[in-house]
Structure formats: structure tokens, C-alpha cells
Design a protein around this ligand. Structure first.
Ligand code: PLP
Length: 394
């Protein structure tokens, strides 16, 4: 027996372990320190009432013989597929067929699992800095990886140019970790590039609900031509606090044909072979989120998180610290003051302000010198953290 030796090429994933270890060590030597964590990418507000009620009702159905459900449909129950279709139409003006939507346990799984349908001979283009899953999953498969440099000179929104070549292109907008969001024109440039290079775009829209500027699309399918070159990944995690309940969906347009083969049919074949569907109770909760009432309720939570990012932006504007994100994203990506390195700034905030953030270096070479703060925390605690930072750096 031989193992998949590609795993030997993975870099150890130390980022969140190191943050936790450094924080714990500081707390051990300063037991009175009131540490505020602003590094987390997890949500903190509870599920909206519409989802809770729907899941309670669904749980009761499961306890009655006449309404009990066994295995769910492999690609999602009709009621949820219709709710997703309606959400696209209502919120983004995008038409998708219910047949093109596949409901899953979340976007992390999907961006990883989709690779099953692509040859390992493909070359992938991955932005740096990046959500590490795109990189690691391709290393596991042994694909050739080329980085797209995302940096200050392109405002962390890299665009294609003719020096680039690749078969699979990862785009995440609004971006984790940088918070930057592509405009329609910028995304159109990527769609044109993919079409002319016979490439496929894997578009991660996990943070689409945070888009507030009209110039930024929430779905790549708002862009003409995208149905011929893009797959979109969405999630209820950040939209509706489903990080602990797990539900997402992937949209693969019927027009995506490569080597005379439909990518949708490959994905469905993959899913029906390796996945047995999302729990009925969870799908009922997800469908309730997408009703007009559900979206109204989750938007209250999004507005709460937005207050945090707005407060961060105000503080960093005042401090004259350069940052990206915030407007269309729960993340602020700030340039460490005085050209500090990411981990040095981490240590400074931990020891002088008792505030924990995420060093940008952990997301790629171009993240060095940057720092990610999250808006998913408590409003008062975030205000307190910002007050401490302002006192230190002001
Ligand atoms: N995509 C991006 C860019 C993310 O930041 C995350 C989670 O942090 C995910 C996907 C994972 O989403 P899910 O919870 O649906 O797996």
C-alpha cells in the first residue's frame, strides 16, 4: 500500500494553532488580561427565528410516521431548490434552473470536492493571499499551481493579463481574507479571459450577502458569458449563521460543456456516488432563510456585523492606517503600521491591547505586512478593542 504522497507537499497549517498557542501562553502569564478575539471567521449571532421555527416543525415531522423522511434527495429537496432559484431572481436578477443547483453541506466541502471532476493535469490559478482550502486541495491532488499576485498595487483585486495561463481559476469575491470585492467590469475581464482560454472559473460567493455597493455583483452569473465558464459556490454559513448547522449550494450552468461533456452531469454523478444529501431538517431551515421574511431577519444580523466593520473603518481612517475590505465584507485587511510584519503586529496588539487578530502572512506570501480583523464579534467588545487600539496607535 502506498499513501498519496502529494500530502507530503502540504505546508503545515500552523496559522490558527499558533494564534491559539500564543494567546493561551499570554493569558497564562497574564491571568487578568481581558482578551478580545477579533481573528475569528466564525459567526456569533444565533439563527434567525424563521429558520428555528422551520427546523422545529421539520423535527416534529420526522417524529410522525406519515411525515417522516428517510434519505434526502441527493441534489436537494425541491422546496429548497425553488427557494434558491427564487432568491437568485429576487435578490440578483439572475435566472438559474433548479436542475443546475446542488444543495450540499457547505462551500468548503464543495470547493474541495469539485476537483474530483477535473483532471489532475490541469494547471490552476490561485490568488495569493488566499482562503487556504483552494491551495491545499490542489496540492493533495498534485495539480500544478500558479499564483496570481494580489497586492496593494492592484488593491487586492488582481486582473487577468496575457502573461497568465491556466485551466482552473479561483476567484473569491467578496474576498477572504482581504475583504476586497470585484466590480462588474473587473469580473467581466475574468469571464472574458476564461472564455478565451477555455478555462473554468470556480467562483466562491460565500460572502455575497455582505455586498453593499451596487457596482459589485453578488453572483458571477450577473456577468454576461459567465454561464459558459463559471461554477458558483454559495453558503448559508455567513448569510444565515449556519456554520454549525451546515448547508450550502453549488450552481453549475447547463452551458458548461468541456470536451463534449457537461460539468453539471459530472458533478451530479460525483455527488450521487459520494454524498447522500443534506438532512431534511436543515434544508427546511435553509429554505426558511431564503423567504422574504427570513432574509429580512438575517439582514438584521448582517447589519449588526456591518456596524462592527463600520466602526473599524472609522478607527483606521482616524489613525490613518490603510485598509481594504469592510464595505462589502465582514473582514478588514489592514496594512500593519510602520511597515511591521504581520506576526510582530499580532504580538503588539496581544500584549499592549489584549486584542487578537489574524496575521496576514498566514494566507500567503503577499499577506506579509497585513492583518485581518473580523466583524463577526460582539458590538460592545469590538468597540472596546478599537478604543484600545486607538489609544495605543493614536
Ligand atoms: N469560502 C470562503 C471564502 C470562506 O471564508 C469560508 C469559511 O470561512 C468558506 C468558503 C466555508 O463555507 P462553509 O461554512 O459553507 O463551508
Amino acid at each position: 500500500m502506498k499513501i498519496n504522497s502529494n500530502f507530503n507537499n502540504l505546508k503545515p497549517s500552523y496559522l490558527f494553532r499558533d494564534i491559539a498557542q500564543k494567546t493561551a501562553a499570554y493569558k497564562a502569564s497574564h491571568p487578568d488580561a481581558d482578551i478580545i478575539k477579533m481573528g475569528i471567521g466564525d459567526v456569533t449571532l444565533p439563527l434567525c427565528q424563521a429558520a428555528v421555527t422551520a427546523m422545529e416543525n421539520a423535527a416534529r415531522e420526522m417524529g410522525v410516521k406519515e411525515t417522516f423522511h428517510g434519505y434526502p434527495e441527493a441534489y436537494g429537496e425541491d422546496f429548497l431548490l425553488l427557494a434558491i432559484q427564487d432568491y437568485y431572481k429576487r435578490e440578483m436578477g439572475v435566472t438559474v434552473d433548479t436542475n443546475e443547483i446542488c444543495v450540499t453541506s457547505g462551500a468548503k466541502e464543495d470547493v474541495a470536492n469539485i476537483l474530483d471532476i477535473f483532471s489532475t493535469d490541469n494547471t490552476v490559478l490561485i490568488p495569493d493571499p488566499v482562503y487556504p482550502v483552494y491551495y491545499d486541495t490542489n496540492v493533495m491532488d498534485g495539480r500544478k499551481i500558479k499564483f496570481i499576485s494580489s497586492n496593494e498595487s492592484n488593491s487586492f483585486l488582481p486582473l487577468p493579463d496575457e502573461s497568465m495561463s491556466g485551466d482552473i481559476i479561483y476567484l473569491c469575491s467578496p474576498n477572504n481574507p482581504t475583504g476586497a470585492a470585484y466590480t462588474r467590469e473587473q469580473l467581466k475581464a475574468w469571464v472574458n479571459f476564461a472564455l478565451s482560454h477555455n478555462a473554468v472559473i470556480l467562483y466562491d460567493a460565500a460572502y455575497e450577502i455582505f455586498v453593499s455597493e451596487k457596482s459589485c455583483p453578488r453572483s458571477i452569473f450577473e456577468i454576461e458569458g459567465a454561464r459558459k465558464c463559471a461554477i458558483e459556490f454559495c453558503s448559508f454559513s455567513k448569510t444565515a449563521g449556519f456554520t454549525g448547522t451546515r448547508c450550502g449550494y453549488t450552481v453549475i450552468p447547463a452551458e458548461l460543456i468541456f470536451e463534449n461533456t457537461s460539468l453539471l452531469s459530472l458533478w451530479k454523478r460525483r455527488q450521487s456516488t459520494k454524498f447522500n444529501g443534506v438532512a431534511y431538517i436543515i434544508q427546511r431551515g435553509a429554505a426558511a432563510v431564503l423567504t422574504e421574511e427570513g432574509i429580512k431577519q438575517v439582514r438584521q444580523n448582517i447589519d449588526y456585523y456591518r456596524t462592527n466593520t463600520a466602526n473599524m473603518m472609522k478607527t483606521f481612517d482616524k489613525l490613518n492606517i490603510k485598509y481594504y475590505g469592510g464595505k462589502n465584507s465582514p473582514y478588514i485587511w489592514l496594512k500593519c503600521p510602520n511597515d511591521m510584519k504581520s506576526w510582530d503586529f499580532f504580538d503588539l496588539l496581544l500584549t499592549k491591547c489584549n486584542v487578537v487578530g489574524t496575521p496576514g502572512e498566514g494566507f500567503g506570501v503577499n499577506g506579509e505586512g497585513y492583518f485581518r480583523l473580523s466583524g463577526f464579534g460582539d458590538i460592545d467588545r469590538t468597540r472596546e478593542a478599537l478604543h484600545r487600539i486607538e489609544t495605543l496607535l493614536g
